[in-house]
Design a protein around this ligand. Sequence first.
Ligand SMILES: Nc1ncnc2c1ncn2[C@@H]1O[C@H](COP(=O)(O)OP(=O)(O)OP(=O)(O)O)[C@@H](O)[C@H]1O
Length: 255
Amino acid sequence: MSALLEARGLVKRFGGLVATDDLSLDVTPGECHAVIGPNGAGKSTLIAQLAGELASDAGTVRFDGREVSRLGMAARARLGLVRSFQITAVLPEFTVVENVALAVQARLGRHWGFWRRAADQPALQDPARRLIEEIGLGPRADMKARTLAHGEQRQLELAMALATKPKLLLLDEPMAGMGPEETRRMTGLLQQLKGRVAMLLVEHDMDAVFALADRVTVLVYGRAIATGAPAAIRADPAVVEAYLGTDEADAAGTV
Ligand SMILES: Nc1ncnc2c1ncn2[C@@H]1O[C@H](COP(=O)(O)OP(=O)(O)OP(=O)(O)O)[C@@H](O)[C@H]1O
């Protein structure tokens, strides 16, 4: 199957530090491709380069058959390459449904004056409410976003990203800061989305990664040391040495 996303030879330097180093990676349509690796391996930098948030020092990104390397974040999002999480797009004083309605509005490219009035339009509210139900926030639809628990805020961000009808969602640590129950709920939600939208998932929670990913790429010092099916990655001695085998060291705070 031809790739939806093709990153080739990506490099990002911060002064003398090479955060991503000749990094190449594909995501096929509908695939959940996880990127794992130790702290500082370059995972967030890669996401920012793919989203168009950080300009690359070298390399190209093709998305859905187009070269997008020189496009900014908004232009890539319009093509369906959308980043969720670690963004502060949620408006805390707006309700859940208003926030999602505004994301629907952004997709439709409509400008109906003030945001609040725009968010009241049925053409925006109806798809917003459907998405909120789907994402499991139905009972919270008319509550202000600031009153949501942490995990629910993350669900809202996911609903807002989905409102833009992405082809590929870039997910940077969706489970960060979540307790076990919230993590399970978010994993279940992402499982529901699998196949409908492709995902590039950066996540430290290995249970979530191995439950969700079709393929896993392992980054170490900005380089991809392995890409493969989850079972092959788990069994790869170089990966175990570089990352998966570091639980004890992690617990000791040495990584
Ligand atoms: N804006 C920046 N300026 C300077 N150095 C940066 C910047 N952003 C990232 N770095 C450095 O680049 C390297 C890669 O960082 P990055 O955040 O991409 O790693 P990561 O794999 O996402 O780590 P983590 O798992 O801890 O989130 C790190 O050494 C980091 O300190």
